[in-house]
Design a protein around this ligand. Sequence first.
Ligand code: PLP
Length: 394
Amino acid sequence: MINEKMRELGAKRSVIRELFEYGKKRKAEIGEENVYDFSLGNPSVPAPKEVNEAIVKLVTEEKSVLLHGYTSAQGDAGVRAAIADYINKTHGEEVTADCLYMTVGAAGALTSSLTALVSPGEEVIVPAPYFPEYKVFIERCGGIIREVPCDSELQLDISAIEAAVNEKTAAIIINSPNNPTGAVFSEGNIKALCDMLRGCEERLGRPIYIISDEPYRELVYDGVKVPYLTKYYDNTIVCYSFSKSLSIPGERIGYILVCPRCKEFTSVYQAVCGAGRALGFVCAPSLLQKLLPYCLGATSDISVYDRNRRLLLDRLSEYGFEMIKPEGAFYLFIKSPSGDAGEFCERAKKYEILIVPSDDFGCGGYARLAYCVTTEQIERALPAFERLAKSYKE
Ligand code: PLP
């Protein structure tokens, strides 16, 4: 029999994907340059030269037939060692290859981590607004999503999170820099979260895991620092992806890092491996794994996103829109002038502007604009934004 829950998920695309598909149709109708598509976090900045150079080098110089062969289920040992080395140098950590599990992007890392850590009926705390797929991933393993709104500055609301912790809490997902708000949780905020969670762990007599979802770690502006979670909390699992830092989201490569000081480290790592096996996620794409040692520390040209961010902040606030200044990622969270997210995005569509309503991110009243597009697209879209703003004043 067909699994009805899965059928429903497949039949109904996410709001983001729906809008992206609408954009493709609309571009075919009126021309690509006349549609201002800010729907999807698909980087327009090319991958850094290290990526293509490494691919060419590997396919032309690598003699081993195993270049395209299966690696170990958890990933190539040499690749994992190189990543461990990089993490240790960058974050002052002491991780080894055996703390890492290579995955198909952050999505693969999240589904495997959640499957490893969450049993049916257990809860996962998710600060809102949040990446909508979290709900799908949590519910797939029989877990229950427990949304906790962030505070008015879009930082973690520590007392609200504490109030949400109970005997069923398995984990909390932290995403900083954040999709959809662009917020970066400050060091003070992270320290307060970790202190509070340690208190809860003591009270409950068992671990509460932090799953740190980090596809945007390198995408920060104005010198903002993103705390590395393992340095603050032992029971941390990092879900990292190269999708955005290297502009290779379609290539699907990332990893899970289980903090070596995690309580019952061996069992947690085994559960991650078991989850990968149960999900059929063993051996992430081989060529993509092998290019990583050549690209660690490289990023695509992030200055383009910063330029886009500044341009949008300046001009949209001039037109009268309200938004919180993003410190990272490539999303701008704009307040709906009517207070209604759906109305705002539908109205924007009339001006050929495609932005995503915030309701699916677990919070009403905003729209998410993905500014990982070309600066020219933003410049072309500005008059349409001005007309959209005026329409609320008429
Ligand atoms: N987590 C967040 C917050 C994201 O924004 C995304 C993608 O946009 C993902 C996870 C999935 O990333 P990946 O493409 O690496 O699977």
